[in-house]
Write a protein that binds this ligand. Sequence first.
Ligand code: GDP
Ligand code: MG
Length: 598
Amino acid sequence: KRQSKIRNFSIIAHIDHGKSTLADRILERTGALTDREMKDQTLDAMDLERERGITIKLNSVQLTYKAKDGEEYIFHLIDTPGHVDFSYEVSRSLAACEGALLIVDAAQGIEAQTLANVYLALDNDLEILPVINKIDLPSAEPERVRQEVEDVIGLDASEAVLASAKSGIGIEDILEQIVEKVPAPQGDPEGPLQALIFDSLYDPYRGVVAYIRITEGTVKVGDKIRMMATGKEFEVNEIGVFNPKPVSKEYLSVGDVGFLTAAIKNVGDSRVGDTITSVKNSAAKPLPGYRRMNPMVYCGLYPVDSAQYNDLREALERLELNDSSLQYEAETSQALGFGFRCGFLGLLHMEIVQERIEREFNIDLITTAPSVIYQVKLTDGEEVIIDNPAMMPDAQSITEVQEPYVKATIMAPNDYVGAIMELCQGKRGDFIDMQYMDESRVNIVYHLPLSEIVYDFFDQLKSSTKGYASFDYELIGYRESNLVKMDILLNAEKIDALSIIVHRDFAYDRGKDITETLKDLIPRQQFEVPIQASIGQKIVARSTIKAMRKNVLAKCYGGDISRKRKLLEKQKEGKKRMKTVGKVEVPQEAFMAVLRQD
Ligand code: GDP
Ligand code: MG
């Protein structure tokens, strides 16, 4: 029976432990791609993914494997991102699988996101197959790592494959274990259709392309289908699988992973996490959807050229389609004009979205510094939620401000315990726990305000541990804090896009840092520009940008024309990311100045 030959699995790992490289080896070995088609890390399709070496969107491929038992098996490999910001995508892809390969780097051992990903896999009841990768490295300690997998995760690692995705060692064993240990999909091909939409993208010609996993029943071209969340009905135009190129099929049945189009023009009609059923033979209930991930970090996105406001809105609509964790709503800033307040899962997510808007949609952006969500109780008993520091009410009308806290897990060699603790204390952290994973590595747990992590926590952690620490965090709730709003004034004018919320104890230092940083970032103007930081009416820090001494063109008055043009071009170049705020020209970097803490 065909269904008994299907194996659906994901690859999970801490970032850089070799997921994408292993996926490539599996693609090669199963003949999905000829050598000529094979590029390194084929599943990382987006340019951005290649450049940054990270996997952002999940991808699914159908492969055929002839096993040692002489039978041919159908594999669906679903690639997942490793970064903590994208755990939403990871849980989506895991819901479409029965098994997961857990890759652990033989030189690094278990890291923070190895654990986080294992928990997601356990939540989805997956069979987890440990693989110890990079055994070709001179510093590899496969047996120590095998023991660590047993001690720290509690998985039986006695049969963990020792592999090198780079040199192609152990690939055959991994494929055989998938056949033996990952269960075949359950379900009745004749039953009422249940197909989980785990991803989707928009194609201008075909409409929404839904990536689906069939859990029950069969779907054919020409079938009438219904989206269970909206009740909207469509007729199936096209069905297929990725191998990894899209290949059309007549039908998809239980256990299959592939795609479907049905002239769905409205993006909202095909939501990721929804279940597709057939009109003729309807399922009684939808499949359990996904836990909705709420954004943790917000920032304002404004077009440098305000004429591009509508383009920016279209770009956000497009991106939201296959990234349901992205949220946005229109906002206006006195300083920056019309734009959007956008919510992201984390900082990396925020950067990726910004870069995609700039590259794929050709819109130059001004982004404001990221902020978390504050819960504010007012003296009149009302409670408000603030995702933009500029909207924080006056101190007199506030009785209490609460900010989000996270539980941060940091794993590192024990030489760095001191440095890590110092960093966490400086970020208002509460020490919770420290445990030795083995003789040389520790697992440290802190409770920290999310806003402190949003600033440059990760960079500082990396530099104070020479890159050896790994880090993961989860939201644990809100706590009261002594927080105040700090405004920044340029030329005596309050710039709403520069307002921030700070802990009162740090307010003076932060004010000083920011006014100094702005002084360096904002170019000299024709006139002197005072920069002030204020809390309420009180100025807490100030600096001054001196007036420009000479006009750049004055130097070449009557001089040769090419030099003049060069200077003008240089000036134009420098202006690219400038926004005129009041009378002052402010560069993009200035809006991020609050992130810089030295
Ligand atoms: P991912 O972030 O988990 O997808 O990791 P990648 O597959 O992108 O690999 C991260 C880095 O480790 C790349 O530079 C790979 O070439 C390298 N790498 C992956 N597997 C191996 C291996 O088995 N041995 C060695 N030496 N390097 C590897
Ligand atoms: Mg990768």
